[in-house]
Ligand binder design. Structure first.
Ligand code: MTE
Ligand code: MO
Length: 248
């Protein structure tokens, strides 16, 4: 039985690789970030049906039990409404005061149906809850439970176009980052509005944050305001020395 299981897995892996190979043969590779996301050129070379067929081959990060949930430090911006904070945003406090009822997530760029989503809109999507380990580049890790909308589901709802290659996140504190489509459609890549069974606390990114479980903590942008789908790589880190791709 065990053997069969292994063979099945190997077959699956092999099938995955041959799809990648087919892609590489198909694609004329444009300059871009030196990542697998670029090599695959998901948006250009694949139809979205084929892409989704490929995705189940992506491995999931480990998920933990409720009893594994740990205390969870907050880093970087912990309150965009604090006027003494260097990345203060005056628009945040009024939204927070009203429990984010007037907050909207804008989804723009290479989508057939650009638009904006309230929290209520997002609650209507099928949700995913996952208990995962967060790894910060500063050297700490913590385990928390996150609930939210799979980013892939939202992108499909907005009608992501085949020319799309990157998903860019813009936050209230001016933070900007991006991921490629392979990470965006990873089943554990969610837009979280809940943490440990409650709504997402301000220090952890209320009302909505990204959870990119396949990468280091700073890719999980808090305080989301805007998502822009692009066909071009916009380097959010420039020459700061921070990596764009930080897979774990
Ligand atoms: N908008 C925004 N997102 C952010 C940050 C930030 O300062 N602003 N810090 C990042 C870093 S370095 C980490 S480790 C995690 C921390 O999330 P937490 O504060 O919920 O622990 O958020 C990331 N996302
Ligand atoms: Mo971090």
């Amino acid at each position: 039985m065990k053997r069969n299981h292994l063979i099945t897995r190997r077959t699956a892996i092999f099938t995955g690789f041959s799809s990648v190979g087919a892609l590489l043969l198909n694609g004329c590779i444009k300059p871009g970030p030196p990542t697998y996301g670029h090599i695959l050129r998901m948006g250009d070379a694949l139809t979205y049906t084929a892409q989704r067929r490929l995705l189940p081959g992506q491995s999931l990060v480990k998920e933990y039990k409720r009893s594994d949930i740990s205390s969870f430090p907050a880093t970087g911006t912990t309150n965009p409404a604090d006027p003494s904070w260097k990345y203060y945003n005056k628009d945040y406090a009024p939204l927070q005061k009203n429990n984010f009822a007037d907050w909207r997530l804008s989804v723009e760029g290479r989508v057939a149906r650009p638009g904006s989503y309230s929290l209520q809109d997002l609650y209507r999507f099928p949700s995913r809850t996952q208990i995962t380990r967060h790894t910060c580049e500063e050297g700490w890790t913590a385990i928390g439970e996150w609930t939210g909308v799979p980013l892939g589901a939202l992108l499909q709802h907005a009608g992501i176009l085949t020319s799309a290659r990157f998903i860019n996140f813009y936050a209230f504190d001016g933070n900007v980052d991006s991921i490629d489509l392979l990470d965006a459609f990873h089943p554990q890549c969610i837009l979280a509005y809940g943490m440990n069974g409650n709504s997402l606390p301000v220090q952890h990114g209320a009302p909505l944050r990204v959870r990119v479980e396949t990468q280091i903590g700073y890719k999980s942008v808090k305080y989301l305001q805007r998502i822009v789908v692009t066909d071009e790589f916009v380097d959010p880190w420039g020459d700061t020395g921070w990596s764009w791709y930080t897979g774990i």
